[in-house]
Design a protein around this ligand. Structure first.
Ligand SMILES: Cc1cc2nc3c(=O)[nH]c(=O)nc-3n(C[C@H](O)[C@H](O)[C@H](O)COP(=O)(O)OP(=O)(O)OC[C@H]3O[C@@H](n4cnc5c(N)ncnc54)[C@H](O)[C@@H]3O)c2cc1C
Length: 409
């Protein structure tokens, strides 16, 4: 009889794993509240309509030979080899037995417990987040178009704040800038002069994980694009109308996008599994989860939710995919893999607006339009299906020819 693998999640690690694992050897069931894979590197582009939402997702049911349950995993009984689940829609609870368990549940956005963030800011992690941002951006412009508003009121509606100068915050600010330059100036002609984008970052520079020169280049370009950089600044509170910073200043805002970092999910926190100081599940180099000084031989954790005990790896899609692939190969060989995981660093890319991008790779460091072409080509090839590639190409062409769609629905 085939051994039963339960996979938790439909993100980068899980999707790569599920595609590669042998369905002849294993009976595979995926449990995740999200019934699709999401290509997050292009998520910022969907917030202003450069790319449409459905172009960057792939239904998990398109993977042949697996079962899927649209549910949250809520707990694990490692001894009895059972996971407890709750249906994402009906809240119905049930349990599933496993021979092997693969935990790939990722992380959630960290609000750091700052007052008002959860209630008033928008996150950028899921497609539903991007949809909310897109609606809110357009609402801000429609609100600012109402008759009888003072100049100050228009400015307040059109002050877009982004908290977090990592790749997510930077790419969102860049996309918003493009939207204003290329679409607002045509579709909301009188409003462009009132728009302000503010990027708030706790460190003294943005894109701190990139080479220093690239990070400085990005700051120079942002300043040239009139994006206000508030470095060395922390948000201390967010109200319905005001954002307050740690220096005591506050300002009104129309939209706040919060991309200040990630933390572990409630599931991981309450799982009883051993975690490190960042809340990540500790594993060995074969991704076996730590257990009382040893390691489980049938419970694995991969991706952003996990950390290899003697290696520091970045929480990126590139890493998550490589981990998922390695684990599938490991289980396909039924554990007969001698060499532990070794991360192959392909480098980092980031879009900074106005057809410019950054590349920080082991081979070269690049900036400008050439790197923007590389950025687009790299992500086009990395999209997981032919359908996605065609749709994204079409979206880019459509945006170039007729601009972004500002319909609100
Ligand atoms: C806007 C944005 C842009 C990014 N850009 C880049 C980039 O350009 N390059 C790059 O390398 N990385 C990028 N990243 C980071 C990258 O997306 C993550 O590192 C990667 O998704 C981690 O993969 P994962 O499989 O660990 O988790 P995820 O992809 O986050 O997937 C986690 C999965 O677990 C599911 N899940 C959650 N809780 C449960 C539960 N209790 N039970 C079952 N399932 C559960 C979720 O629904 C989801 O399907 C970006 C991230 C974001 C948000």
């Amino acid at each position: 009889m085939k051994k039963k693998i339960i996979v938790l999640g439909t993100g980068f690690s899980a999707f790569r794993f599920v595609r590669k694992i042998s369905k002849n050897l294993y009976d595979v069931t995926v449990v995740s509240p999200r019934n699709h894979f999401l290509f997050t590197p292009l998520l910022p582009s969907t917030t202003v309509g450069t790319i449409e939402f459905r172009s960057i997702i792939e239904p998990i049911r398109n993977v042949n030979g697996i079962s899927f349950n649209q549910s949250y995993c809520t707990g694990i009984d490692a001894e009895k080899k059972i996971v407890f689940c709750r249906d994402a829609d009906t809240n119905r609870e049930y349990s599933l037995a496993f021979d092997y368990l693969v935990i790939a549940v990722g992380e959630i956005t960290n609000t750091f417990g700052i007052n008002g963030v959860a209630e008033n800011a928008l996150f950028l992690k899921e497609l539903s987040d991007a949809r909310k941002i897109r609606t809110k951006v357009i609402d801000c412009f429609e609100n600012a178009s109402l008759p009888g508003l003072t100049e100050q009121e228009k400015k307040d509606f059109l002050r877009f704040a982004v908290c977090g100068g990592g790749p997510t915050g930077v790419e969102f600010a860049a996309e918003l800038h493009d939207f204003i330059e290329e679409d607002v100036k045509r579709k909301y002609q009188d409003l462009a002069e009132y728009v302000e984008i503010i990027l708030i970052e706790a460190r003294d520079s943005i894109l701190a994980s990139f080479d220093k020169k690239l990070s400085e280049y990005a700051m120079k370009i942002f300043r040239r694009q009139n994006i206000v950089l508030k470095t060395n600044s922390l948000v201390s509170g967010v109200g319905k109308e005001f954002i307050t910073l740690n220096d005591g200043t506050s300002f009104r805002y129309g939209l706040l996008v919060w991309a200040a970092g990630n933390t572990s999910t409630d599931f991981v926190r309450s799982s009883g599994l051993e975690t490190d100081k960042r809340g990540k599940i500790i594993t060995d180099s074969f991704f076996r989860v730590k257990n009382n000084g040893g390691y489980f031989d049938n419970i694995f954790a991969v991706g952003d939710c996990a950390a290899i005990n003697d290696k520091e790896l970045p929480a990126t899609a590139q890493v998550a995919q490589q981990l998922g692939l390695f684990l599938a190969r490991y289980l396909n060989k039924e554990g007969r893999v001698e060499k532990p995981f070794n991360f192959k660093n392909l480098g980092m890319l980031a879009y900074i607006g106005n057809l410019k991008a950054l590349a920080d790779t082991p081979q070269f460091k690049g900036t400008g339009f050439g790197t923007f072409v590389l950025w687009r080509s790299a992500y086009l090839t990395k999209l997981v299906s032919f359908k996605n590639k065609v749709l994204v190409l079409f979206d880019w062409a459509k945006t170039f020819v007729s601009g972004r769609d500002v319909s609100n629905f």
